[in-house]
Ligand binder design. Sequence first.
Ligand SMILES: O=C(O)CCc1c2[nH]c(c1CC(=O)O)Cc1[nH]c(c(CC(=O)O)c1CCC(=O)O)Cc1[nH]c(c(CC(=O)O)c1CCC(=O)O)Cc1[nH]c(c(CCC(=O)O)c1CC(=O)O)C2
Length: 359
Amino acid sequence: MTDPRTPGPTPSAAPSAAVRDSAFLRACRREPVPHTPVWFMRQAGRSLPEYRKLREGIAMLDSCMMPDLITEITLQPVRRHKVDAAIFFSDIVVPLKAIGMDLDIKPGVGPVVAQPIRSKADLAQLRDLTPEDVPYVTEAVKQLTAELGGTPLIGFAGAPFTLASYLVEGGPSKNHEFTKAMMYGEPELWAALLDRLADITSQFLKVQIEAGASAVQLFDSWAGALSIADYRASVMPASAKVLASVASYDVPRIHFGVGTGELLGAMGEAGADVVGVDWRIPLDDAVRRIGPGKAVQGNLDPAVLFTPDATLRAKADEVLAAGRAAEGHIFNLGHGVLPNTDPERLTALVEHVHSASAR
Ligand SMILES: O=C(O)CCc1c2[nH]c(c1CC(=O)O)Cc1[nH]c(c(CC(=O)O)c1CCC(=O)O)Cc1[nH]c(c(CC(=O)O)c1CCC(=O)O)Cc1[nH]c(c(CCC(=O)O)c1CC(=O)O)C2
């Protein structure tokens, strides 16, 4: 895939020297680090009592449109756990809601779409996203970069395939049958849908970068449901388009999926600087599959947070040891923090990763 890295637009808020020199961004750039940086997918949210208190009586999608609330929720895990990066509090469906799609996040279920996309006419629901559609994102990112000091802020978006799965199925799905039926049976409609979503996702990432996010993560959470051949032919071009659209910014691009052992090489080739790995594959094996020139992120099984301290430390040490095979390693879980995780275990894990990896 092309990744011209030609000098491009300068974000209005360039990262400070302290952010640029942070362990997290250094690891993304595969430079030496004082310690292995660590953050957690879903580090903000239901595992934190202070989050549950703030969210009382406020629906999930409403909370994603309130800049002060976004800022406070994003900062909570940074203060509490001393992680090396913040992740913007939002959800992968926020840009779709922002362009006027009729969808909601139902507690205990997930994103639910009123009119699933099944035909060419349904594509009319997907118009382009402009910065004016998401003023609360720009506002919150600006507040956050001011509050975070030397801690980098990661922006994120859902990848076209994972978004398409929610849109075509109408909600969370185990088998993605309607999605795959469209991919196999109506390749032109499928390509048009993924291309529309690639443009919306690109715009959503650009808004976050322009406002000051210093890295971005593209979540293709459901990509592991695909064979490598189908991924390359029918999904990778749209993800590559998204990653290429932000290549000219000096901002690392993390590309993550679950169950993607067979797809890791392609996910790197799609244009990532960092490949996110789940817990099913040891990081040294992942590094061999991805090849040189990329950093890796991962990959402790989130369920290990429910084991005794000694087990947690031993399992974290295994991840750190396997991560030494990589040119750059960012410690994370293999997927998001589980909602009933004891947050004190997360704080202890951050301390352990920092002390065990100190150079
Ligand atoms: O299983 C399903 O398909 C529904 C998943 C679901 C989504 N949003 C949702 C839910 C309901 C729920 O988590 O209970 C609804 C959702 N999104 C979020 C929360 C907060 C929380 O998890 O406690 C919640 C739960 C809402 C609540 O507080 O009740 C926030 C969110 N979604 C996401 C992120 C980014 C991140 O993970 O770090 C973040 C921000 C976390 C942070 O700031 O630290 C991204 C997201 N949302 C979503 C997905 C797709 C796949 C997946 O979750 O496995 C993904 C990507 C991923 O995590 O792999 C869809």
